[in-house]
Design a protein around this ligand. Structure first.
Ligand SMILES: Nc1ncnc2c1ncn2[C@@H]1O[C@H](COP(=O)(O)OP(=O)(O)OP(=O)(O)O)[C@@H](O)[C@H]1O
Length: 300
């Protein structure tokens, strides 16, 4: 595991922050925290990074306890709403970042060329940052975060302020980094981003982790069957696929994770003289799940 936390809690004088979060993130995984403004997402990342000290609980990052100074060299971080040094050029910003990481100058120069390629800013590196568009600023920020070629990357709302083109550009960079085997922890309140880039998602609401799973697990909605000639024998046979199935009149609702199981269910019904009139998944897009999970009222 690259990240593991145990009942990790951070409160500010008993308020805000987040509480009792236990999770683990595997190597090479894109793990997203999804939550409204004020849910505690940034506080969680800042606690993992050792910028904030936990109130209770603990965690391990890259096999070292939270806050371990040497581990920071292996971590990249793109903070939310980062204020850039507008008077510097993109190249100067990256170079200074390399110095902060204590990289040697030769390595910094070599790596800047690679990074400019990855973030698509080749040819713009000698412009001053004040001349950059929002999307370019976000990409130079990503460049800073990956300059030291970190194993683990924390991206706090990397696409929130961007237009659809800028979002796609940042998303493409995330895909590239994932392909390189980087582990990425992403905070966002944009559902579309989560659906597109994440392997696993946790939904955070008022500091509490309400759900965690793969996209498929979170989006997996029950299958509804309408069956004629429904009898106890058919129901018992279907219980092999889902022992907790629900029956309402001639309809059955079952939780079936794998789509490959659906033809087997149909076969089972037909073999037992049932008449299968309908089989469909209940609609349950992530947005519906998110709103059901966190409610629609304002954030704290
Ligand atoms: N330094 C702090 N002092 C006091 N309260 C804080 C501090 N930092 C965060 N909080 C509170 O903790 C809660 C979570 O804030 P956090 O910034 O982590 O949320 P978030 O999910 O990242 O939202 P956003 O996207 O708006 O930044 C909020 O209620 C916030 O007011």
């Amino acid at each position: 595991m690259v990240i593991e936390t145990y009942n990790l809690t951070k409160k500010f004088n008993g308020k805000g922050g987040f509480e009792n979060i236990s999770l683990s993130v595997k190597e090479g995984e894109v793990f997203s925290f999804l939550g409204k403004n004020g849910a505690g997402k940034s506080t969680f990342i800042r606690t993992l990074l050792g910028i904030l000290y936990p109130t209770s609980g603990g965690g391990v990052i890259l096999k070292k306890p939270l806050g371990d100074v040497n581990t920071r060299k292996k971590i990249g971080y793109l903070p939310e709403l980062f204020q850039y040094h507008n008077w510097l050029t993109g190249y100067e910003l990256l170079f200074n970042h390399g110095l902060l990481y204590k990289m040697n100058k030769k390595d910094i120069k070599r790596r800047i060329e690679e990074v400019l390629d990855i973030v698509g800013l080749k040819g713009h590196e000698h412009k001053k940052i004040k001349e950059y568009s929002k999307g370019m600023k976000q990409r130079i920020g990503l460049g800073c975060a990956i300059l030291s070629d970190p194993e683990l990357l924390f991206l706090d709302e990397p696409t929130s302020a961007l237009d659809p083109v800028g979002r796609k550009q940042v998303r493409d960079i995330i895909f590239k980094l994932k392909k390189e085997g980087k582990t990425i922890f992403l905070n966002t309140h944009l559902l579309s981003e989560v659906e597109l880039v994440s392997d696993r998602v946790a939904i955070l609401d008022k500091g509490i982790m309400k759900k965690v799973g793969t996209m498929k697990e979170l989006m997996n909605s029950p299958v509804v069957l309408s069956i004629g000639n429904l009898n106890e024998e058919i129901i018992n046979k279907l219980k092999v696929f889902d022992p907790t199935l629900k029956k309402v009149e001639n309809e059955i609702e079952m939780s079936v994770y794998n789509d490959d199981t659906l033809p087997k269910i149909a076969e089972c019904i037909v073999k037992n003289n049932g008449l299968l009139y309908m089989m469909k998944r209940k609609e349950n897009v992530l947005e519906e799940l998110f709103i059901k999970t966190v409610g629609e009222e304002d954030s704290r």
